[in-house]
Design a protein around this ligand. Structure first.
Ligand code: GAL
Length: 679
């Protein structure tokens, strides 16, 4: 796995394609170690087969301990040592966290919370995304980095900053306020247009001058939802602008591909990555199992499918994950026997061609000293190192899958902007949450063995047989049309409640809910009738539902299920309308997990999407090329499973006839010829 990467502008920009192997990589923080340790590190990296090392992620304070000239001597040495060892570098621009002097000399670069409190330095990312001084200082560093290393033979990839927005996405300071006003002027042109878009006739909010417009700072009552939505859009754009400023310095001085590590995850929602993706040469994601969620493995699958959506179906890079525990959850669970392999392959199955870890060597000091690493505190003697070696060898055996695409016949429309807006302060129910709705439908499809492409609103859905639209609260007319077109051209479309309710300005689409989909579903919702926290309602089919019910009036749809009790008793709860060659289904409630599964089973049958009852603890995903199919089977269960697939297993190097028996906790990647048409 130590073949040098050869990325160039003409090639598909995914390290790994160029080498024909799955890239194994890691973050490396040589600043934390004496140079004598570096020698050992590089020897062991070679032993493990590390291809790509991310360095200088938090290097600024070492490069510039005081304002003034940069000292690149140590960075020069580690770059040279890595190059000599045949290990390529994913080079951080180093701007993710400024040195301590920044806050002393330029305190106006510090971000502020919504209540005006200052975010002090001492952690990381203590900078305001809109600060011109921070930007200037950061670009001085990026310029020096690009000039010094832009042609370095070890350089494979530029890594802009680090997880932009992880801690500093929303800043409410005066500098941000001014930048917000500039952004709003560009969006609306005139103050009248802004007043109309935000509906400021309400509560005496009409603005008479631009200077009165502020970020949505902490208030005593609910704020203006359109104002909040625009501030979130602005905040995502402000960080994207920062990325693009660094990117443009790099591109003017270096031809090496540029990216940054995204956080497609359940606990970060502040970046609308659909608008970021076109600016990244390759899509790179950071993903850690989140044990605060009900089903962390289902969330991994969701994140990986969404990351592939950002990559427009092309292979992508897992830029960070952990070998075992993290150090930032309330309880940091170690990975169980085999879980490292299963989770890494979970990403490969869903399109990753590079698997990189945070981090190489476990730190001795600092806030992450209990975070796992490829080389744990126990060194090479313990089980951790043995697992790292096992994974590396396995990734080598999977080389044939590099460059192949994931085969999916189902799609889910996902929107960060709907996530922001649907969960605003003054909605009919705080219990209806965007991401859990999307997760629930995705998880059910995964447990039916159905792979889902997660796509942006407005994506042309032609070719998908099944389209799920969870709680797409805000959308444009064009976005709505793309969904209607999918049904007309033959897809089975499912729309879940609180979709199509408002326009881009969070203003109600009039004429009865859901304004954007009324015609498509052939029904109108006269009133939302949300349920109390613990309440459930019974449906005619015997299904149970929670959180939400609605008074639905059918216009041209068939009623497939009805509320038996609760505040919407006797109202339709599930409808279906035949549309062109396809259909549009609508559910007016939050079905429980079993009911979601039953519904999707029915929808898959209607759509002709083959389902396999594998349950929630198994991943089955196909990656395909023009001639080959690779069936990934990841068995997270404690008992063996049997899957009807034949071919050559790349994991065990065995021929599989008829069906594959996958032991408890095991993985299989079965190569076979392609006999059918993938999506
Ligand atoms: C990421 C970050 C890394 C490290 C890692 C720990 O958020 O980019 O620097 O902190 O988490 O899990």
């Amino acid at each position: 796995m130590s073949t040098p990467l050869t990325l160039s502008a003409e090639q598909p920009l995914v390290p790994g394609w160029a080498t024909g192997t799955i890239t194994l990589g890691c973050d490396y923080n040589p600043e934390q170690w004496d140079e004598s340790v570096w020698v050992d590190d590089i020897r062991l990296m070679r032993e493990l087969g590390v291809d790509l090392v991310a360095i200088n992620i938090f290097g600024w304070a070492q490069l510039q301990p005081q304002p003034g000239p940069f000292d690149f001597s140590r960075l020069d040495r580690i770059m040279a040592m890595l190059h000599e060892a045949g290990i390529r570098v994913n080079l951080g621009t180093g701007t993710s966290s400024p040195p301590p002097w920044m806050a002393r000399i330029h305190p106006e670069t510090l971000p502020r919370f919504a209540d005006g409190t200052l975010a002090w330095p001492g952690g990381r990312q203590a900078w305001c995304p809109s600060s011109p001084i921070f930007r200037q200082k950061a670009l001085e560093l990026v310029t020096a980095m690009a000039e010094r290393y832009g042609d370095h033979p070890a350089l494979a990839l530029w890594h802009v900053s680090n997880e932009l927005g992880c801690h500093n996405a929303l800043c409410y300071c005066d500098v941000s306020a001014a930048a917000f006003r500039t952004w709003l002027r560009q969006r609306y042109g005139t103050l009248d247009a802004l007043n109309t878009a935000w509906g400021t006739a309400f509560w005496s909010q009409r603005y008479g001058t631009w200077d009165d417009v502020l970020p949505p700072r902490a208030t005593r009552s609910a704020g203006n939802p359109a104002h909040v939505l625009d501030f979130k859009r602005f905040s995502s754009d402000a960080l994207l602008e920062h990325y693009r400023a660094e990117e443009s310095v790099l591109r003017s001085r270096s031809s090496v591909p540029v990216t940054t590590n995204l956080m497609v995850t359940a606990h970060i929602q502040t970046q609308d990555y659909w608008s970021w993706a076109p600016h990244l040469d390759l899509i790179a994601n950071d993903h850690y199992l989140d044990h605060r969620l009900g089903d962390p493995l289902a969330e991994l699958a969701f994140s990986a499918d969404l990351t592939r959506g950002l990559a427009a179906g092309r292979p992508w890079m897992l830029m960070e994950t952990s070998t075992s525990a993290v150090s930032w959850q309330p309880v940091n669970h170690a990975k169980r026997e085999g879980e490292l392999v299963r989770t890494a392959l979970g990403h490969v199955a869903r399109g990753a061609d590079s698997i990189c870890f945070f981090q190489w060597r476990a730190s001795r000091s600092g806030a992450e000293k209990f975070h796992s690493a490829l080389l744990p505190h126990s060194g090479t003697a313990g089980a951790g190192w043995a697992q790292s070696l096992e994974l590396s060898a396995l990734l080598d055996r999977l080389s044939p899958v590099v460059g192949t695409r994931v085969d999916a016949r189902a799609a889910m429309v996902f929107s960060w902007q709907s996530w922001w807006a649907a969960e605003g302060d003054a909605q009919p129910s705080r219990l209806l949450q965007y991401l859990p709705e999307a997760h629930r439908y995705h998880r059910a499809l995964r447990s039916l063995g159905v792979t889902v492409d997660i796509v942006a609103p407005g994506t042309d859905l032609a070719g998908y047989d099944l389209v799920v639209v969870p709680t797409l609260y805000t959308l444009t007319d064009d976005d709505a049309r793309a969904i209607a077109d999918a049904a007309a051209s033959g897809a089975t479309v499912l729309i879940t409640p609180f979709s199509g309710i408002v326009d881009e300005n969070d203003a109600i689409r009039p004429g009865g809910y859901p304004g954007a989909f009324r015609e498509l579903i052939g029904a109108v919702v006269d009133e939302f009738r949300p349920l109390a926290a613990e309440a459930t309602v019974l449906l005619d089919s015997g299904r149970r539902a929670r959180i939400w019910s609605e008074q639905v009036r059918v216009l041209s749809a068939e009623v497939r299920d009805t509320f038996v009790d609760g505040p919407a008793a006797a109202s339709p709860a599930l409808t279906r309308r035949a549309v062109g060659a396809g259909s549009a289904w609508y559910t007016a409630t939050v079905l429980d997990d079993e009911s979601v599964l039953a519904l999707l089973r029915e929808l898959c049958a209607e759509a002709g999407v083959p389902a396999l009852e594998v349950g929630p603890d198994v991943d089955i995903v196909n990656r395909v090329s023009a001639t080959e199919r690779f069936t990934f089977i990841i068995n997270h269960r404690t008992e063996a499973i049997t899957v009807p697939v034949a071919g050559h297993d790349l994991v065990s190097d065995e021929r599989i006839e008829g069906s594959a028996v996958v032991p408890a906790g095991a993985v299989r990647v079965i190569a076979s010829g392609r006999s059918d048409r993938g999506h």
